[in-house]
Design a protein around this ligand. Structure first.
Ligand SMILES: [Zn+2]
Length: 273
């Protein structure tokens, strides 16, 4: 496998790979009988496509769960990208400040890049819009069908996917099990968050979800977390929790932190409007 000393690969279900970039940024490669789908593109430090073509010889479509910089990294390695309509014009955004901040933070934290990495040449190239993915859409990789759900909250361009064959619920950055729900990001809207979780709770109730995946946590086997987080977020919105702790959110400045049994939440006031 062409991991380029940078990617790690977890074959967590049949024809299903979670690829992690730099130990932090997750992507998926899911294979059907006729083709495969690549979901999200990490931060684009290495050649993701080369890795994928060493895993599968089927044609690979590339799609995004949302358009944050740490998901679009390798998108330009494909000719066209499937994305929610809200993200259509965002896939060519200039993320150079964030990329540079990341490089500095990565090194300051004592982490390394691969030997061949040229940090001066590093940058996320604009990607090309290909097709939209929205509520009710379906696609089939050959004996492997997917359903698309609109799940804003972390970002208005966020979608989730349900894989009928392997019963994988792909949540993007919406459900980061036993980790941080990020509502301090500029695109977050608190009032959208719980309804999106309730929508996926219903998907889980009507199907036997086996894995929940996210952009920053490992495949999680217990779908009961979805309703639990929805309740947490509804209670947060209703003001049922004590005033949050103010903590240092690094690049985001000071953030409010809530601690729930199976997740923490970082949020800033802009998301509460
Ligand atoms: Zn995100």
């Amino acid at each position: 496998m062409e991991t380029q000393d940078w990617y790690s690969v977890n074959n967590f279900a049949p024809g299903s790979y979670q690829i992690t970039e730099g130990g932090r940024f997750n992507m998926l490669l899911l294979e059907g009988d006729e083709k495969a789908v690549a979901i999200d593109g990490g931060i684009g430090v290495a050649n993701l496509r080369k890795l994928y073509e060493s895993i599968t010889d089927k044609p690979i479509d590339f799609i995004l769960t949302h358009t944050h910089w740490d998901h679009v990294g390798a998108a330009s390695q494909w000719d066209s990208v499937g994305v929610h309509p809200v993200g259509k014009d965002l896939i060519a955004n200039d993320h150079s400040k964030l990329e540079q901040a990341f490089v500095n933070m990565w090194k300051n934290n004592g982490n390394a890049f691969p030997d061949w990495f040229d940090e001066d040449a590093y940058g996320i190239k604009p990607a090309t819009f290909g097709w939209t993915l929205q509520e009710g859409d379906t696609f089939d990789l050959g004996n492997r069908k997917f359903r698309v759900y609109e799940t804003p909250g972390h970002s208005p361009c966020s979608i989730s996917l349900y894989d009928e064959r392997e019963k994988i619920l792909v949540s993007g950055d919406l459900i980061r099990c036993e980790e941080y729900l990020f509502l301090q990001v500029p695109t977050a809207v608190l009032s959208d968050y719980a309804p999106s979780l309730r929508k996926l709770e219903k998907v889980a109730a009507e199907n036997e979800v086996r894995w929940i995946t996210s952009g920053h946590t490992d495949p999680y086997p217990d779908p009961s977390i979805i309703g639990e987080l929805a309740q947490n977020m509804e209670d947060l919105e209703a003001g049922k929790y004590d005033p949050p702790a103010k903590v240092d959110g690094g690049a985001w400045g000071e953030v409010d932190e809530y601690v729930f049994p199976r997740a923490k939440v970082w949020i800033q006031d802009h998301a509460r409007k």
